[in-house]
Design a protein. Sequence first.
Lengths: 428, 323
Amino acid sequence: MRGKFTAAALLGVAAAVALAGCGSNTPAGGGSTGAGDGAKTEIKVWLVGTDTPQDARDYLKKTFEEQNKGATLTVEEQQWSGLVDKYTTALAGSSAPDVVEVGNTQATTFTSAGYFTDLTDKYEELGGDDMLQGFVEAGSYKGKFYAAPYYSGARVVTYSTDLVTAPVPTTWDEYMTDIKNATTDTMSGIYLPGKDWRDMMSFVWVNGGQIATQGDDGKWTAGFSTPEGIKGLTQAQEMLAYSKFPKDGTEGDQQIPFCAGQIAYLPAPSWISGSIAAAPDADAPGCSDTYAAEGKLHQFAAPGLTAGSYAPVLAGGSNIAIAAKSKNQDLAYKAMQILLSDDYQKLLAGVGMVPALSSQAKFMPDNENSKAASAAASAAISTPASPDWATVESSQILEDSFSKLASGTAPADVAQLLDDSINKQLNK
Amino acid sequence: MSTTTPPAVQTAGASRMPPVDVTDRKYNKKRRQPLPYLLLLPTVVILLVMLGYPVVTMIINSFYKYDRGAYIGFTEPEFVGFGNYTNVLTDSSFWLMLFRSFLFMIVAVLLTMALGVLMSLLMMRLNKGIRLLVSVGLLLAWAMPALAATQVWAWLFDTTYGVVNWVMTRLTGSNWFGHSWLASPLSFFTILGIIIVWQGVPFIAFSLYAGLTQIPTEVLEASQMDGASPVKRFFLIMFPYVRSIFTVMVVLSIIWDLRVFAQVQALQMVGGTADQTSTFGVWIYRTGTGGDFGLSAAAAVIMVFVMLVISFYYVRQTLKEGN
């Protein structure tokens, strides 16, 4: 902690010195002819979580500042937990950030309330129909386009051959058996902290359950209490016994327990392999020297009920938008263009993310992780397409309910709790 | 204070002041001077801007359906009269939360006061060096930012890597690793209680200690010679001397423990189930940032009302002492 603070303080001093230097240099240099009218404009880009690799952040800053003399760009990292709450207030203020990343399932909450700049006339310029259409849909509201795709990520199962000797399972039941067999006193067969609803939804979906379905009258009906839903929750509860992770814990920093040899099968977004394979002395250390050494780290798409099919996983990913309250709309748009450019998306693809434009898929490395990610993406399911969905997410009812399931509450009671709350919130 | 100013001062003031002010002549006895009001002005302005404006906005918002669109100025908020109040008061989760908040407050206040009293009595008996050490320890606990304190306690009780689970494993012999301390609401509130009481005791202890040192030693010595037991000495001699301080401390603790926010919010980020552990402030915050600012404003107005009722006693007590 101390080291970090000192580093941050030094960085602050360095930045102050650098800025002061710029200030005194500008008049001598004859003034720039760029977009910044003399004064330095600062563009703030909010990226969420550790998903975006550091070299992509550096590339964005460098490229933007080269293209727009007199403007600086700062990337500020936000946390996934509490993001909707934070955006609700931060994007409405006078010091709103300019460009923001938002989870695909959260986008509608903000597009429907006028939080983002309307980009309908920029649609073609940004990539048109080449953009991932599922994400264009997530970023549009009432025929207007607000938030462009940023990346798509699929949830794959990652394991190390040091800890798992069984062959890759071909059916869901085989996968469950492998998890049970892999569990030891010190190792969890599967990584499932109690609040990890994103991974536990696979159990519900593979058994035929649904979060909620919309009737012809527009009314939503939650589906956890159906026989299929209960079956899924029951199986999730059974498998939770093979996870030694906190019953009220959230998913995150999975590389730490993985590198401690505590996880056999790790269901997580495909970019997690990059975090695990980091050097042991990196800022965010991984274990490229042990469990993730050359050739030991493997990935597969969770198999479905029958051989050759895949289990549904949550369609994950992000959209990128310009805050309506941003004072630098033009510069923000320029930053956004870099985020969707080939060179930038290539860096995202390198760590296993599916790029924003279909034509950029060729940048994905030809390896096991990419293949597993595409296979999993083919069976991905999204959350209910309702503007009120983010309210469900931010109410934490999903985290709370699955945490109760992990603590031993009967599946039928958990289902009832979920259905009551979701029905109420989606049919306001 | 101004009402009991001796007349001598007033005449002195009058002779200094030129007889320009009309009010000066009108009120011969209670002369009005502009200076005190001028000195009060900055405080009043700051209070109006920092407190008055938000409170008025909150009251106005509580009568509107105020969602995200209205918040950012994208749509017009819709007037719903007392709709938000009816919704809050008929919401079972609101009443559950209210019950939870009060129950927690009562337990926390009792513990804080008991430990605070014991601590102040202990400080009376300690010699100078040790007393300084204890004071520093208390000050450190008190001065620690609530958020930092919560994080430290959360790490101590961490499910996977916490030292408490390690100690429990060592002591009991059975495996405590993986035990979630925050998962059950009861143990969540136990840990929250530890944090709140730990940070609340120092203020109580210092204030009561200051009060106890003011008791004339001869009174205590006399009672001791008359054969009063320590318990009797405390309840019959010492306590009456510090009664007024004690009462104020209780009222303040009630208010503080009822509106506790940061610690609950931070603990919920670590673990626990939000719908079973939210207290007054957190419930309001969640409702608001969840997209319903009108409903949360209505709940906040109710909270202000509850607080006013509780602090009424405190204000009256303060005024009494002023007189």
